[in-house]
Unconditional design. Structure first.
Length: 209
């Protein structure tokens, strides 16, 4: 059965590439900010590019933070991508400015401690044991990243203690490349830009809907 997916339109970029990638993976995809459609669909995808604060402002403008919370409450799957992953956490700090996030997960998104930023290009991910997103994907597979901020390993203790499965990547230090807990999943990398590997991740997510 074809799953109905909404890519939430809250003014962030990269919406159409996410739409195309999910459609190629077999979903019936709509890009919209309509609250009813976003709440009732089988799966809600929340992409994001740019600054944490700007994405949160856009989300709040369309009630996206409340939609995400309500879907989690109702047991309806949500997938965050890149900054769409970051905004799921309690807060983000950019240029010493603290911004409240959606609070679906504990933790603060911070600038990576690396000699070269942004972290741009292909990198491997160490999948969490039992991960659904990475099921059937061989170890050493590379995914495409573009970011300077992430949930650093030093800040991930509370998320791990809450029972989330965290998959890791490294750029200067370890950071959360993906996380999964119940109906909430997210990737720091861009599956829609990660070729066959990214398509497999999206297909795995669609299989949970």
């Amino acid at each position: 059965m074809t799953r109905r997916v909404v890519v939430l339109d809250y003014g962030s970029g990269n919406l159409r590439s996410a739409q195309r990638a999910l459609a190629r993976a077999g979903a019936d995809v709509t890009v919209t900010a309509d609250a009813g459609a976003a709440l009732d669909c089988d799966g809600l995808a929340v992409p994001g590019v740019g600054a944490f604060a700007a994405c949160m402002a856009g989300l709040r403008a369309v009630g996206g933070d409340k939609l995400i919370a309500r879907r989690i409450e109702l047991g309806r799957p949500v997938l965050g991508i890149c900054v769409g992953m970051q905004v799921l956490f309690a807060a983000g700090v950019e240029h010493d400015v603290w911004t409240e996030g959606c609070g679906a997960w504990p933790g603060t998104v911070e600038r990576l401690r690396a000699a070269v930023l942004p972290h741009m290009g292909w990198n491997t991910v160490a999948a969490a044991p039992g991960s659904v997103l990475f099921a059937g994907i061989r170890s050493g597979t590379r995914f495409y990243f573009v970011h300077s901020y992430a949930l650093r390993a030093a800040s991930a203790g509370e998320l791990a203690a809450a029972g989330a499965l965290i998959s890791w990547a490294e750029h200067g230090e370890r950071f959360a490349a993906a996380a999964e807990q119940g109906v909430l999943s997210a990737t720091q990398f861009h599956p829609e830009k990660s070729g066959d590997a990214g398509a497999a991740v999206l297909s795995n997510w669609l299989g949970t809907l």
